[in-house]
Design a protein around this ligand. Structure first.
Ligand SMILES: CC(C)(COP(=O)(O)OP(=O)(O)OC[C@H]1O[C@@H](n2cnc3c(N)ncnc32)[C@H](O)[C@@H]1OP(=O)(O)O)[C@@H](O)C(=O)NCCC(=O)NCCS
Length: 190
């Protein structure tokens, strides 16, 4: 296991990383506030998600240290309707034994950079209102709170709030976009 951030590198995920990503995800689903899935994920779900994201030039990346997967992150379209094509939402999970050790700090900027390079303009995070590490983490990475949905989830015997946090990518909303990001999409309807 790594003992310093220097030994960690970030790279695109591969299918061989899927079991490690599932193990990380399952821990947080069962014990944490990071997700709203109630059931463990099937390997095919991650494989399908990876392929679909890569087709759209959306990043799916891992942090690796000493041969072990220490965390992963990916972005998906914010919404399916074409008008939302410049906005993404993302997920990030760090291995439970390596929290607050600088892994997220490596992953999220790499994800932001890849989404910006692909032409996306806004990035959105849905965060459990009680997930203070994640709120602090996203604030430290240029996200600000833009909304709060009270009592929209029920998990571990309590109602949960969802915080919306957002940050611009590149020129954000200050200039019109040049080209459609990722895969070409159909034109806007009048
Ligand atoms: C949120 C998460 C991705 C952050 O990644 P991480 O590798 O633990 O965070 P880092 O060590 O890179 O921390 C970077 C900054 O984030 C903030 N942060 C991270 N963990 C924190 C904690 N436990 N408490 C307060 N701030 C924290 C700090 O600002 C920190 O900077 P610092 O080291 O100078 O204090 C990670 O905690 C995680 O995977 N949590 C479980 C799953 C989850 O909640 N995912 C997000 C769903 S929205």
């Amino acid at each position: 296991m790594p003992d310093s951030a220097q030994e960690i590198f970030v790279r695109p995920s591969t299918e061989a990383d899927v079991p490690a990503m599932i193990a990380i995800y399952c821990h947080h689903v069962q014990h944490g506030l990071g997700d709203y899935e109630m059931e463990p994920l099937h390997p095919d779900d991650i494989k399908r998600r990876r392929k679909s994201m890569l087709k759209r030039r959306l990043p799916h990346i891992v942090a690796e240290g000493n041969g072990a997967i220490l965390g992963y992150a990916y972005a998906v379209p914010f919404r399916k309707r074409p008008a939302y094509r410049y906005a993404v939402k993302h997920s990030i999970y760090v291995h439970q034994d390596h929290l607050h050790a600088g892994i997220g700090r490596r992953l999220l900027p790499a994800l932001i950079e890849a989404c910006t390079a692909a032409g996306y303009r806004q990035m959105i995070a849905y965060i459990d209102g009680a997930n203070l590490p994640s709120i602090e983490f996203h604030s430290a990475n240029g996200f600000r709170q833009v909304g709060l949905l009270p009592c929209v989830g029920f998990k571990f015997g309590r109602w949960t709030d969802t915080l919306l946090m957002q940050r611009p990518l590149g020129a954000g909303g200050s200039a019109s976009p040049d080209d459609p990001p990722g895969k070409p999409v159909t034109e806007d309807r009048p």
